[in-house]
Write a protein of this length. Sequence first.
Length: 170
Amino acid sequence: MSKAVNVLGALSLVLGDEIRAAVNETIGTSGEAGAAIVMLGAHPGLSVGQVAAALDMSHSGCVRVVDRLEADGLLVRKAGATHRLVSLELTPEGRRRRLIALKHRDRVLRQAAAGLSQDETEMLEALASKMLKSVLTDKGQSYRFCRMCNEGECVPSGCPVEERWAELTG
């Protein structure tokens, strides 16, 4: 292993911890609940099973998170495509808190990249996009990759996860 890969591992852990803490603090929750709120804002209508898979949780654990978020007035269950399927959607309060949480997430990332020049930032984008594409090997994982993303930053200009997903399905 190279020093670069080792440093990347340390950076990814610290940023993941700080992003998770910032999002959960803003939303007023803990565990994977913040990630569920962020993800459901970008992908309304997911089922409990899809959220559980994306958050790498058991189905019963995810049901408890959904129950808590519903009790807090942040999401609602709606009838899905079949009578057995339930889709999840954020309430107006859930959407409001999600937007605030994304601002705090972005602050963490801006702080980490503050010392980079414009050229270095562009190089980081290219390298990180290439790395994301190389680790996305199963189209079913795509929600997991973007569970704490601010899709507004990628979608209009080409999301590497969506590009790779298209390669896997095409």
